[in-house]
Design a protein around this ligand. Structure first.
Ligand SMILES: [Zn+2]
Length: 276
């Protein structure tokens, strides 16, 4: 297998919220066009540490990205680097932490926000920040805009690996908590945007993986060890089996799964087997 892969990270989308509100994704599962697993996040259930876990297949205690307060360059090996070493093309539409982890740290917006550089691990990057946003002016990059940018990246650059990362569910979750009308509505809004664009990506030959870094508590937090913070969904759109997988799997499986779908060898640091 040597396919092209898109990883969609829906920041802070908890497992139950995904299953209850993502009508489009769940419809693909019911129709046998996608397979869904329940996945347990690593600890701490925080964004930057888990972004790195999703791309290295190692837990924060090993990869060393410990919090969101300081985000240095990844020591790897990571999915972007392995793909680049194999001559694959990479792209991302994502929060700037991904630029810090894989391209350059610390972030300098005017240098890093838009990059098209074949020598960088993320060759074609469009990054955003949440600077200055609080509950009264929530940071919500439009899901439609993010999906447009991802689709344009596909049409212009045909990346072998594309990361699409959405921040809005996290922002609304911190503002209103996971047991709120606002959080559930935002989860559905994201699913609705995927309904509009996902078929364009699968039509272009991509296998599309959709998951979250971590969940969200009813009182608007994450970072800890509760089920609400750790359990997320993992959808594989295009999986030949489809349906619901019974077991709860480890988040360490995501990086090796991406590489396997791309036809690339996982480095020995990625010890978890790829999802079947
Ligand atoms: Zn958060």
């Amino acid at each position: 297998m040597s396919g092209k892969v898109i990883l969609v990270i829906l920041d802070a989308l908890g497992f139950e919220a995904a299953v209850e509100n993502c009508g489009w994704l769940e419809g693909l599962v019911e129709a046998g066009q996608a397979r869904r697993w329940r996945m347990r996040s690593c600890l701490p259930s925080l964004s930057a540490p888990i972004y790195e876990t999703l791309h290295t297949g190692t837990p924060p205690a090993l990869h060393g990205i410990r919090s969101n307060d300081h985000v240095p360059l990844s020591k790897g090996p990571h999915v972007f680097g392995v793909a680049r070493a194999a001559g694959k093309r990479t792209a991302a539409v994502a929060h700037y932490f991904f630029s810090e982890l894989y391209n350059r740290s610390p972030w300098e917006a005017l240098r890093d926000a838009e990059v098209d550089d074949p020598d960088l691990p993320i060759q074609h990057g469009r990054f955003y920040s949440e600077r200055g946003y609080q509950k009264f002016n929530l940071h919500l990059p439009s899901e439609h805009d993010l999906c447009v940018r991802a689709t344009l990246a596909i049409r212009r650059h045909a990346p072998d690996y594309l990361l699409l990362h959405s921040f809005s569910i996290d922002a609304v979750g911190h503002g209103y908590g996971a047991d709120s009308r606002e959080y559930r509505k935002q989860v559905w809004m994201v699913d609705n945007a995927l309904a509009e664009f996902l078929h364009l990506w699968t039509g272009a030959g991509y296998r599309v993986l959709v998951t979250a870094d971590h969940g969200m508590t009813a009182d608007g937090r994450h970072g800890g060890n509760s089920e609400a913070e750790r359990l997320v969904a993992f959808y594989d759109v295009g999986h030949p089996e489809g349906g619901v997988a019974g077991e709860t799997v480890s988040q360490l499986a995501v990086a090796p799964t991406i590489l396997k779908l791309m036809g690339l060898q996982a480095p020995p640091e990625m010890t978890e087997p790829a999802l079947g």
